[in-house]
Design a protein around this ligand. Structure first.
Ligand SMILES: Nc1nc2c(ncn2[C@@H]2O[C@H](COP(=O)(O)OP(=O)(O)OP(=O)(O)O)[C@@H](O)[C@H]2O)c(=O)[nH]1
Ligand SMILES: [Mg+2]
Length: 451
């Protein structure tokens, strides 16, 4: 049906961007990640939620499409308990849409929810245009933004898992190619060999990821052994995590008004008053985060799990309902990756977008939060102070009587401690300091041991 018989390896990577399928662009599969002209998308949704949530979800899907390179030029929203099991939309709405598509020729029809393979296929048959679902679009954005070797492996694995669950669709595609060497014979056996190839490829990807994550495990052990306080920035995508990271530590992490700009975790430190704190920036979350992505990003999210404190960054300029829904989605993912028990500090960012009254109301509403603007720098001193407080609270208060001959112990206290004071005692120097627990133990052991 005019579709390019791309090799299976390419075919299975098709999420949203699969331009390899487009007749006018047969070479496109050679550069899946090339930037193409802006596409025109018709957005379809079958919803059963409050009007506020509806607007929020449609806006978010529009943002996802924008990030993936498409503009929404038409919307079809249907209100029903659940989508039609075969065609997603009801018959009438679908007819209307088919008419519209025929006349206006969009590049793609994008569905706000997830489509079963069969629904996607039926819609493509009916509309004669490429149809993608929300997970496909998200995976596509991840593929565009993956930079590190590990990130690329993670995304490819997630895409494979997505394709694997859509084998039926693939089979249909192969059948439709009809004829030609390698496509003859019962579709079933072709399907079987395709499934085997995808499984093998997934096996290879998992193995490579395990190898990469061995490195990660070594780094993780070092991290856990180090006394330095670790802070992780987590939150909904586009809340301003990377901007805060840059403002706090002087890092130069990419910042962009796009969803899932950051995929790889970055860690930098900042020091103040002799206290050092490590800050990690991480991938953003979204509601209904495709589970393939949560799975494959688990090891990248170690930084979050191992943190002493998670800064849950939210966008203060959102309306209450949107903000709370997003915060709940973030908490859900944090639980899922095993970070449910890590203490949190709520950060309301983008406060510069609020007027004085709204900001005051928000402060009353969230008395425990820190209010910041990564753009103007407002609230950053407060945030730094809270982070240092966390670091200090983790340190032991040490008080030792050190014999006058033990200059080595005194030096060790000065080297690793802070707020050090000393007085002369009857038997030696009374020294008091705040020290990281591990260093405090070492100094105590040093004092106990003969010189
Ligand atoms: N007005 C305003 N804009 C901000 C602020 N912080 C970040 N932004 C903007 O919000 C957008 C997203 O910022 P990022 O720092 O990339 O957000 P992020 O949370 O790291 O996003 P992902 O990595 O995509 O999850 C960018 O356009 C920033 O310039 C802020 O305090 N005020
Ligand atoms: Mg970011």
């Amino acid at each position: 049906m005019g579709r390019d018989p791309a090799p299976i390896g390419i075919e299975t990577q098709r999420t949203y961007r699969g331009r390899a399928w487009r007749e006018e662009d047969p070479e496109a599969h050679r550069g899946l990640h090339e930037v193409h002209k802006e596409e025109r998308a018709a957005l379809i949704a079958s919803l059963n939620c409050s009007p506020v949530e509806e607007t929020d979800r449609l806006t978010e899907m529009g943002e996802l499409l924008r990030t993936a390179g498409a503009t929404v030029v038409h919307r079809v929203v249907q209100h029903r308990d659940r989508p039609d099991p075969r065609l997603y939309l009801g018959k009438g709405r679908l007819e209307e849409l088919a008419e519209w598509v025929k006349e206006n020729k969009p590049d793609v029809v994008a569905c706000e929810g997830d489509l079963a393979a069969g629904q996607q296929r039926h819609l493509e048959d009916k509309l004669k245009v490429r149809v993608v679902d929300r997970t496909g679009v998200i995976l596509d954005i991840f593929a565009l933004h993956a930079k590190s070797a590990e990130g690329k492996l993670q995304v490819e694995l997630a895409q494979m898992e997505y394709s694997y669950s859509r084998q039926e669709g693939l089979w249909q595609h192969l059948e439709r190619l009809g004829g030609g060497v390698g496509t003859r014979g019962p579709g079933e056996s072709q399907l079987e060999s395709d499934r085997r190839m995808i499984r093998e490829r997934m096996g290879v990807l998992r193995k490579r990821l395990r190898e990469v994550s061995k490195n990660r495990d070594t780094m993780r052990e070092e991290r856990l052994a180090s006394p330095t306080t670790r802070i992780a920035l987590a939150g909904y995508t586009n809340a301003g995590k990377s901007s805060l990271m840059n403002a706090l530590t002087g890092a130069e992490v990419n910042v962009n008004n796009a969803l899932f700009e950051t995929l790889d975790a970055t860690t930098r430190s900042f020091s103040q008053d002799g206290m050092k704190v490590l800050v990690s920036d991480t991938v953003g979350f979204i509601r209904h985060l495709p589970h393939q992505l949560v799975e494959s990003f688990k090891s990248t999210l170690d930084e979050v799990r191992d943190a002493h404190l998670i800064l849950h960054v939210a966008d203060a300029s959102e309306d209450d309902e949107g903000r709370e829904a997003r915060a709940a989605a973030v908490e859900e993912v944090l639980d899922e990756i095993g970070a449910g028990e890590v203490p949190r500090l709520s950060v309301m960012n983008k406060c510069d977008l609020l007027d004085v009254e709204d900001l005051a109301a928000l402060r009353r509403q969230y008395p425990g939060s820190v209010f910041t603007s990564a753009i103007t720098g407002a609230g950053l001193d407060d945030l730094r102070e809270r982070l240092l407080h966390t670091a200090r609270a983790r340190w032991d208060r040490v008080e030792l009587e050190v014999p006058y001959a033990r200059g080595d112990v005194i030096s060790a206290v000065y080297a690793h401690g802070r707020d050090v004071t000393q007085d002369a005692g009857p038997e030696g120097t009374i020294i008091r300091a705040l020290m990281p627990p591990a260093d405090a133990a070492r100094v105590r052991a040093l004092l106990g041991a003969p010189r």
